[in-house]
Design a protein around this ligand. Structure first.
Ligand SMILES: C[S@@+](CC[C@H](N)C(=O)[O-])C[C@H]1O[C@@H](n2cnc3c(N)ncnc32)[C@H](O)[C@@H]1O
Length: 177
């Protein structure tokens, strides 16, 4: 009995970190002019798919669909924010072109993305980097606001001011093999 309980306990302990949803960043919105510039820098084209990892209230998804005629997928760990993002898509009438997945971004396959947008601390980008390298197709672009992806060489770095604050946009391209 004791042994059975010990094995069950160990199994739960081993599975917990896999199932746990980690909060990698607080919710801070990107200003609208910065969002549009990020998507321009990423050269998001009509019909392409953008993934916003940590999509907050979904404003990047709305911009991708409405201003760039792209498709968009948001991944958001917070249930409340995912609901807000879904409501945003509904209000904007773009549920056919965009969706929100309420999950830890580390558990969602991003292989369908031509463009990935990030607004996450450098340490979160460190965690994501091997996943992006494994799943993204050659030629996919990653656009990151304010935080580098360490170990990658940016194709472009642009400094922009919005709301009296400087921002930096980093663009990365997945190498052609
Ligand atoms: C800095 S905000 C960026 C919001 C939006 N992308 C923007 O630029 O306006 C980061 C978002 O990532 C979400 N987040 C944090 N950890 C996450 C995780 N492990 N998986 C999915 N989303 C996460 C937060 O809840 C927050 O909404």
């Amino acid at each position: 009995m004791l042994r059975t309980n010990a094995v069950a306990g160990l199994t739960v302990a081993l599975l917990m970190p896999l199932a746990a949803q980690q909060k990698l960043a607080p919710f801070v919105t990107s200003p609208q002019p910065i969002i549009d510039r990020m998507l321009e820098i990423a050269n998001l084209r009509p019909g392409e798919t953008l993934y916003d990892l940590g999509c907050g209230d979904g404003r990047i998804l709305v911009s991708a669909v409405k201003n760039f005629r792209a498709k968009a997928v948001g991944v958001e760990v917070s249930e409340q924010l995912a609901q807000r993002a879904n409501a945003n898509l509904h209000t904007q009438g773009i549920e056919g072109q965009a969706k929100v997945i309420q999950a830890d971004m580390m558990s969602v396959d991003v292989g369908g993305a031509q463009v990935v947008s990030l607004y996450l601390p450098t340490e979160a980008n460190d965690l994501l980097r091997p996943k992006l390298e494994k799943e993204l197709k050659p030629g996919a672009r990653v656009v990151s606001l304010d935080f580098k992806v360490r170990g990658w060489k940016p194709a472009r770095v642009e400094k922009i001011e919005a709301h009296h604050r400087p921002y930096t946009v980093y663009l990365y391209e997945m190498p052609q093999q």
